[in-house]
Design a protein around this ligand. Sequence first.
Ligand code: IPD
Length: 307
Amino acid sequence: MTSATPATPAPGSSPQPERPALPDGVTLPEGVTVAGLRALAVSLATAGGALVRERRPERVTVAATKSSDVDPVTAMDRAVEEMLRTRLAAERPDDAILGEEGDDVAGSSGLTWVVDPIDGTVNYLYGVASYAVSVAVVAGPADPARWTVLAGCVHSVVDGRTWDAGLGEGATRDGVPLRPVGPAPLGRSLVGTGFGYAASRRAAQARVLTEVLPQVRDIRRLGAAAIDLCLLAEGALDLYYERGLNPWDMAAGSLVATENGARVTGLRGSGPGEGMTVAGRGEALDELVALLERAGADGPEDTAASR
Ligand code: IPD
């Protein structure tokens, strides 16, 4: 069994720099460190990416659909998730697992691995080069509004960009610390967003978009929330919002974002989650939250909309 604890420094080597304390109420199992969990997240996400690259068939097909007939699962989503679960069972047998493509696995350590084998499955299906393997480990409930994300990695499969972060340790891309990013005014902000798979949700999201678009520089819908959050982290997007994200879409990317100074929140004083996830910096973030609240972005959806 591989431990998530890094090797003990050799006698005489310089001591590890002191790490910031974990938030109140968050404790790690004996012998476990954020750095060790982070290294495992990177190893898992990059191994998942290698599998996707090696085994991508000439023509990707849909194996099944989930929440609607345009919400696909491919054989590769399943293969990568199975590999991640097998490795976690061997290397972290006491931890719980919450994954996009399988049943929840209970644990006894207080830690949960939150994994998305392919975030951006529609891009993978069509050969659009923005999809990622996302692996994070959280303490506390597996609920984005209440969990503490300890470590995470987002590995962009096609170009190999790899973002990772550890709580209190900062965030890197390809091992290089992300540069600090300053806020942009709302009117000059490039805003990432995404849309759900149900027609009723999309109808509501389209209405909200008509309120947001005139107020900002432009909108990007890139198709993989985990990558969107990492782009936000490094300043390639100024703001991001989306209704309907699942925990596995956001776990790793949100830590990369917050570890580089961004805030990730919900509306009306709530934390981020399925209801709404908004990420950004400074006043522009507060203005976008207010704009989304006024637009009723978390309000009723038009159930009459169908496809
Ligand atoms: C989806 C992507 C997309 C977002 C959807 C997610 P999936 O994840 O992150 O960008 O707009 O809300 O469901 O289904 O490809 O893992």
